[in-house]
Design a protein around this ligand. Structure first.
Ligand code: ACO
Length: 253
């Protein structure tokens, strides 16, 4: 199972899941509004046991959480809201809803500095109430009478997210301490000798220059050729006539 951020291309699939699982349904543009305004907050659960065979096959989405930040909070406190959550019947009681909710809650704090998350749930929805109240720790704020179109009441529930903020802060502190403890080792490791440099590429031009500026004397050109030629001639044939011809030939040297 893969829990990942909602993509715009997933929207028709989560709209389908919503229609399958809940009586509260929305226009496609409402999903799009969530995905475009708060792309960090909505997640999908994808069954990856049978991956798509071609790029045109749809991913198998088995759950989603559609979430947002409250745009004009009446209490003036920045907070998130769960618009809709559902998991397909075939994949229930596997912990998928809990994971989707926790991912979204974390993003509310990390990305938007949300202080709490709110939601509405039907008073008859035992499974969801168990998840929110007993598993995740939501508290019932109040009951809203006839909240739903069919006249059913809703519990208005709320979860304080300060524990997540604290958790994030503690992890950051721990990370800093570990880094400080490792400090010198890490610095040494960073500057560790990685062996001899190969060639002058990337070297300090001044340093590289000092080596390449060294001049080595090599014999080149006519002087070398002539020297060999004269020696050969002298060693092999001590013929004065030839010697004089040779000397004549190389005269200008
Ligand atoms: N009865 C009692 N408890 C249940 C039930 C159930 N039918 N289903 C799940 N739970 C419990 C689990 O045992 C678990 O408890 P635990 O932490 O004590 O072990 C907890 O709820 C979480 O279980 P998950 O496996 O994470 O939940 P699941 O993936 O099955 O999804 C959900 C739960 C979303 C409520 C699912 O049943 C569903 O899609 N229902 C239809 C749609 C729906 O009601 N959505 C919520 C509407 S409210 C809103 O959208 C804001």
């Amino acid at each position: 199972m893969d829990i990942r951020l909602l993509r715009a291309s997933d929207i028709p699939l989560i709209q389908h899941a919503n229609i399958e699982n809940l009586p509260e349904n929305y226009f496609l543009k409402y999903y799009l509004y969530h995905a475009l305004s708060w792309p960090q907050l909505s997640f999908v659960a994808v069954d990856v046991s049978r991956p798509p065979k071609t790029p045109y096959d749809y991913p198998k989405i088995v759950g989603y959480v559609l979430a947002k930040m409250e745009e004009e909070p009446t209490d003036g406190v920045q907070h998130g809201h769960i618009t809709s959550l559902s998991v397909m019947r075939t994949h229930r009681r596997l912990g998928i809803a809990e994971k989707l909710m926790r991912q979204s809650q974390l993003a509310m704090v990390e990305t938007f500095g949300g202080h709490y998350v709110s939601l509405h749930v039907r008073v008859s929805n035992k499974a969801a109430i168990h998840l929110y109240r007993d598993t995740l720790g939501f508290k019932t704020e109040k009951t809203e009478h006839k909240y739903y179109a069919d006249g059913e009441d809703a519990y208005c529930m709320k979860l304080d997210l300060d524990f997540l903020r604290e958790q994030i802060r503690e992890e950051a502190e721990e990370g800093k301490e570990k880094k400080a403890a490792k400090g010198d080792d890490a610095e040494d490791a960073e500057h560790a000798d990685e062996g001899e440099a190969v060639g002058d590429v990337g070297r300090d031009p001044a340093a590289a220059g000092s080596k390449s500026d060294q001049k080595i004397k090599v014999k080149v050109g006519r002087a070398l050729g002539v020297g060999e030629l004269i020696e050969k001639v002298e060693n092999t044939r001590r013929d004065s006539a030839l010697e004089s011809v040779t000397t004549l030939m190389v005269g200008p040297v």
